[in-house]
Write a protein of this length. Structure first.
Lengths: 331, 335
């Protein structure tokens, strides 16, 4: 049976169940241990996945994104040249067998640098997004659930939204890079700094979205029911509220990865990101700009990787949003 | 409405004060020293005097209040004097840049025209491209034009401006040599040929920013049009026998523009922030470039003032967006 046929059958079954009159009154109670209809249950996530698969753009993007992830994780195991190894005699080489994507002005292999740079860029994107989403959902849930916290937390969110973010990010990164790289080492210090800076300045949107959803949920009957049996707020939030606001959070998270990757590469491009011997895609682009007249590929390749990754992530976010909220499909 | 406007304006004041305090404290917490470049041969007592001359001797709250006074009282007075030829601000200290020892606002005033021509132009062009695209792709939903528009706008806001800028430079500046890759800010427009030169050097930075803005605004325009196209009043208008052109361009467009106008207003300050990167790519010496060089030189008054001006822009345009929304859409009641 094909997927669509099964879907149609399930739909008809649902329709029949809905439209059929109430079940005839029988003498016996339903069994204590309800028997499931032979394995054909529809879980929410399976439904989402089914919807997601019908979004062609998102599926292509997912495959490409997985490809990029494999490229930066498995790639260095296959292409074992050290990205920081300086081979000055092979500098500025073109596309050769020894260096498929050429080398830079110090003879470092560009393919290896793209792999390790991508690893850092994607790691920054994922970590900063996790931070922003955790902070945003926490503030959103708190402000939506507890009426007393609502006004102060939303005032704070508005204040943060009014901050000029890019100038402040530049400021934070320039001012604190020295002390942090002394404490945690140059690579780790800058990583922590950039991730915290991006996370701390991009949680506001998700906080607002989550608050709106929570406010809507609070009016629903199952929340009232849970409250009436005396569920304490902590379990209320963890068991009833959070699972129901998961879909907007996931969409915001996907789009958050894209923003974080772009912000990190913008900082690197302005020369305020990671140190020079620590490649990221933005940094590779920045280093290559000086010689873009002679070696345009060195600029275009990292730029393409940034754009491709961000494009994929945006498409996945789009597909997720459509899959999770069928009402807005096609918008 | 008037009540709402007054209340929001009053509320903006503490917001701005808080933001200025945040920026000030961030700069205060920084380990950077504006006297870091002074040679070690300068004796410590001289260095102490230099520090005092820069106004760094006092506690931070005194300096903060002093800066507030300079920003909100001395500078407006100074401009007032300039305009009306009075001398109220005589003998008052203006905000002085550590780098150039000249008033911060004079430097900013020199840089504003460059940023405004490039950024302003690109935003206007971006909006002009975005609105027709949004209308057509909503009216012909799922047509090839719509699919293409969706894809292009996705690509448009996935490509960072520094990458599109560099690619444009490589193609049109280096390979084809159509446009100069560096923006010459000393260029003066006097006659027709010099105007053409100005247009030529503006093409690339404006294109980069315009494409980026158009990508986002056209999405909003499309969504807003789609919302309206299914409404009852559209069916009524069609049933009355109005031409399709009147229905779409008069009835639907006017209503769809309401949320888009606020999006345009809200996006404007962000464009100034984004211009920091584009200015760096094309070497436009506008506000963004000024900010970056000031950050590198530890020029605290300049950084503080510039960042605060960005904050004022954001708060002001949020306010404008709210008010315009209320004016355009009578259903929105704020009280």
């Amino acid at each position: 049976m094909t997927e669509t046929e099964r879907q149609q059958q399930l739909d008809t079954a649902e329709l029949v169940a809905e439209t059929a009159g109430p079940a005839p009154v029988t003498g016996e109670l339903p069994p204590n241990n309800p028997v499931h209809a032979d394995g054909e249950t529809r879980s929410q996530w399976l439904d989402v996945w089914r919807q997601f698969r019908s979004h062609t753009g998102a599926m292509v993007a997912l495959v490409l994104f997985l490809g990029v992830i494999l490229f930066v994780t498995i790639g260095p195991l296959i292409w074992t040249i050290d990205p920081t190894y300086v081979d000055i005699r092979a500098r500025n080489s073109g596309f050769t067998a020894a260096h498929p994507l050429g080398t830079d002005q110090l003879g470092r292999d560009l393919l290896a640098r793209l792999m390790s740079g991508g690893r850092v860029s994607i790691a920054v994107g994922l970590t900063a997004m996790t931070l922003a989403i955790t902070l945003g959902s926490f503030i959103g849930v708190m402000s939506g659930y507890f009426r007393r916290l609502d006004a102060p937390l939303m005032r704070m969110t508005e204040l943060f939204l009014a901050l000029p973010l890019l100038p402040l990010l530049l400021l934070m990164v320039t001012l604190f890079r020295e002390p942090l790289s002394q404490t945690f080492g140059p690579a780790m210090g800058i990583f922590l700094l950039i991730v915290t800076a991006i996370g701390a300045t991009s949680w506001m949107q998700s906080a607002r979205i989550v608050r709106g959803e929570v406010l809507g949920l609070k009016e629903r009957e199952f929340i009232l029911a849970a409250k009436s049996i005396g569920t304490p707020p902590r379990r209320m939030i963890l068991r009833h509220i959070l699972p129901n606001v998961l879909s907007p959070i996931m969409v915001a998270a996907t789009l958050g990865i894209a923003t974080a990757i772009i912000t990190e590469s913008a900082l690197s491009f302005l020369g305020l990101g990671f140190p020079p011997d620590f490649p990221t895609w933005g940094r590779l682009l920045f280093d290559a700009v000086d010689q873009m007249v002679l070696y345009p590929w060195r600029v275009i390749l990292p730029g393409l990787f940034i754009s491709l990754t961000v494009l994929c992530v945006n498409y996945i976010g789009d597909g997720l949003r459509d899959a999770m909220d069928p009402r807005i499909r096609g918008r | 409405m008037l009540n709402f406007t007054i209340r929001r304006t009053l509320l903006a004041i503490p917001t701005l004060l808080f933001i200025s305090l945040v920026i000030f404290l961030l700069l205060e917490a920084s380990p950077g020293d504006p006297l870091g470049d002074v040679p070690l041969t300068v004796p410590p007592e001289v260095k102490e005097r230099m520090r005092e001359a820069l106004g760094l001797g006092q506690a931070w709250y005194i300096r903060y209040v002093l800066w507030l006074k300079q920003f909100f009282w001395v500078e407006p007075l100074h401009w007032f004097d300039q305009v009306f030829g009075t001398s109220y601000s005589a003998g008052m200290q203006r905000v002085i840049s550590f780098q150039s020892r000249s008033p911060v606002f004079d430097v900013i005033a020199q840089r504003v025209p460059q940023t405004l021509t490039v950024v302003g132009m690109s935003y206007v062009i971006g909006v002009l491209i975005a609105i027709p695209i949004g209308i057509i792709s909503a009216y012909k939903q799922y047509s090839w034009f719509d699919q293409l528009g969706t894809f292009v706008s996705m690509v448009g806001f996935s490509m960072p401006t520094f990458f599109t800028g560099v690619v444009l430079i490589i193609i049109f500046g280096v390979k084809l040599q159509w446009f100069p890759s560096i923006y010459d800010t000393t260029h003066v427009v006097r006659d027709w040929p010099s105007f053409l030169v100005q247009v030529k050097q503006m093409v690339m930075p404006v294109t980069v920013l315009a494409l980026y803005n158009a990508a986002q605004i056209s999405r909003f325009m499309r969504a807003s049009m789609l919302d309206n196209l299914n409404q009852d009043y559209v069916r009524t208008a069609r049933a009355k026998g109005l031409s399709e052109k009147t229905v779409v361009l008069k009835h639907v467009l006017r209503n769809s523009l309401i949320p888009v106008v606020t999006v345009i207003a809200l996006g404007l300050p962000a464009v100034f922030g984004g211009a920091i990167i584009t200015e760096q790519v094309f070497k436009v010496n506008g506000l963004g470039q000024l900010l970056i060089s000031a950050i590198h030189a530890n020029d605290i008054p300049m950084v503080l003032t510039l960042t605060f001006i960005f904050a004022i822009l954001i708060v002001a345009f949020t306010l404008i967006a709210d008010i315009v929304y209320g004016l355009l859409d009578p259903r929105i009641r704020y009280d």
